[in-house]
Design a protein around this ligand. Structure first.
Ligand code: SF4
Ligand code: SF4
Length: 405
């Protein structure tokens, strides 16, 4: 019996997955995970034509998987069906680019000032909306020439535990200074960091239905990290989507590659979210808590891919250790951005409708700023509210020496 057939038979049709799906709540016509997943999977297994554009509306947030009482693997079924979905040519072209943020980053950072100027111009955004169906309301983040490198290691630090930092595309091409802050934070907590020479984690490729690209990225990344991981180094991520992919996604994409099975398993078990690692220090009583008083009220939003890692809310607990900081845990579901989803013209309205509950709760909290570790959640929160949204690592680092965030 095939594993997916067994998973289909596990479905009780209880509809718990529909109840937790952010798209199902926000879009009256979206058929929901129960239908797009196990119901249609039975027909797909029989070779019946079931292709539907609704597959494109799945955010890949994994909320259905977390809610399902019988581990049906709903989002995996939808993700594989998405790979076979036939899109109109314009959307195929746009999604090809959206699946390759690494390539986009390498090209735009050849001449970043020119790229940023063009991408921010109203006529260029109008053209992108007409030719590529990119929502004109959205603004691309600025690109910066990638200069994130392994810091020179002082002789006195050579005996400290070394960790391998997987920066991801956003930190590498848009916010390399955030990467340096992550390294600084790790340094202040006793770790020596090596920056991995890796490519995109593959989440955008999967989200845009390009499983072949996601698989080749997973293979390349696994081979790039193999020596360090086999030597026992832990991998640290500061992006929840990268973290989810390394912990879980590589295993699914590469399950047929017996030659990589051992190192894929090691990456899965040796990958830590930055906050997860710092929380481990906190639990052991070794976290550097030499914080200055900050007197700040924050709202914290946990991204979907952080929740799907099953590690609790480590940033929420870490930020509350800073004297004078109060944190509201804004438990209001998905922000609706989901990486490139919110940039798509035909998805813009539903993206904003999904985020409405989160925007309302943030507004009710009246924070000084919002802390969330996902870059596209930050973009969506700043787009849907008047509040600045930043990575919690920046707030924690600031608290060590009271620098401006
Ligand atoms: S996939 Fe899981 S949550 Fe959804 S209807 Fe089936 S058993 Fe229920
Ligand atoms: S992955 Fe998220 S958006 Fe997709 S069906 Fe499941 S709950 Fe809905």
């Amino acid at each position: 019996m095939r594993l997916d057939e067994f998973a289909i038979d596990n479905c009780l049709k209880c509809s718990v997955c529909n109840a937790t799906c952010p798209v199902y709540s926000a879009h009256a016509q979206y058929p929901g995970p129960k239908h797009l997943g196990p119901e249609l999977e039975r027909l797909r297994c029989e070779g019946v034509a079931t292709d539907t554009a609704w597959l494109e509306y799945c955010l890949g947030c994994h909320r259905c998987d977390l809610a399902c009482p019988y581990q049906v693997g709903v989002s995996e079924m939808i993700g594989r069906a998405k790979t076979m979905h036939r899109k109109p040519l314009v959307r195929s072209l746009r999604d090809w680019w959206f699946a390759r943020p690494g390539l986009l980053g390498r090209l735009t950072t050849i001449l970043p000032a020119l790229s940023n100027f063009v991408l921010s111009m109203a006529p260029a955004r109008f053209l992108m909306s007409k030719l590529m169906q990119i929502a004109p309301q959205r603004v691309f983040p600025a690109y910066i020439r990638p200069d994130l490198r392994t810091p020179t290691i002082g002789a006195h630090k050579k005996e400290r535990p070394r960790v391998l930092f997987f920066p991801g595309c956003f930190i590498r091409y848009n916010r390399p200074e955030l990467g340096r802050k992550v390294i600084d934070l790790l340094d202040r907590n006793g770790f020596t960091t090596e920056v991995a020479a890796t490519d995109c984690c593959g989440v955008p490729a999967l989200a845009n239905g390009d499983r072949t690209k996601a698989r080749s990225l997973a293979q390349d990344n696994v081979l790039t990290m193999a020596n360090q991981v086999n030597a026992g180094m832990r991998v640290v991520t500061a992006c929840s989507s990268c973290g989810y992919m390394l912990k879980t996604g590589f295993g699914g994409l590469l399950k047929d590659d017996a030659g990589l099975a051992d190192v894929v398993q090691r990456i899965g078990s040796q990958t830590f979210d930055l906050a997860e690692l710092l929380m481990e220090q906190s639990d052991a009583g070794t976290l550097n808590t030499e914080f200055q008083t900050a007197n700040m009220h924050l709202a914290y939003h946990a991204p979907c891919h952080q929740k799907s890692q099953g590690i609790g809310r480590p940033w929420f607990h870490l930020l509350r250790q800073i004297p004078g900081v109060t944190v509201d845990d804004i438990d209001a579901g998905c922000c609706g951005m989901s990486g490139t989803f919110g940039f798509k013209q035909e998805k813009y309205e539903v993206s904003m409708a999904i985020g409405r509950q989160l925007f309302d709760r943030i507004n009710a909290s009246q924070p000084e700023m919002v802390a969330t570790e996902c870059a596209t959640c930050q973009m969506q929160i700043e787009h849907g509210t008047t509040y600045k949204a930043i990575h919690p690592a920046e707030i924690m680092l600031q608290a060590y020496d009271r620098r401006p965030v």
